[in-house]
Write a protein that binds this ligand. Sequence first.
Ligand code: AMP
Length: 187
Amino acid sequence: MLNIVLFGAPGAGKGTQSDLLVEKFKLNHISTGDLLRKEIAEQTELGKKIKSIMDSGALVSNDIVIEMIDNAIAKDTQGILFDGFPRNVAQAEVLDQLMAKHNRSVTCMVQLDVPKDELVRRMLERAKVSGRSDDNEETIKNRLKTYEAETLPVAAYYEKQGKCVKINGLGKVEEISANIIAEVEKR
Ligand code: AMP
């Protein structure tokens, strides 16, 4: 069963590529960002707790996202595309444990590589239409800082396991997805 971690900075194109990969490989799309935004939209207790954290550009606590992921893996029967998770090394370690518990493993981690100035440009562009309260200049800066400090080490974690596939995230959407698909099919 194919289980892919889609990895990249905010603005790297994870959302777009997720949709294409999910369609191609018939995977369950698990986006922790989407699951968290749903809690906020539904004004649940959890949603109220996490809104200000997300608006600041920081990460919400590991316990919260890990519980979501645990539930998602338990329910899944077709293979998963993880989008926006793991966001730090502790989450990556727990993901390996959770997968092992279900006799599964991460097949590979696809890293979308996009230079920082392009990331900022794309996010400011998206901010005009997304309606996301964390798509503003101040939060964008913080999200990139959080990415560099906490999330980037996750790439080294998968490199050590020989599971990291680096993909140039610049260019036409279809070309990028064709490159990803070719690499995933080798695994
Ligand atoms: P995203 O939609 O993936 O860009 O996530 C938006 C925000 O949700 C992030 O800036 C974090 O505050 C929070 N978030 C999403 N995924 C995670 C995660 N795996 N761990 C912690 N916080 C997360």
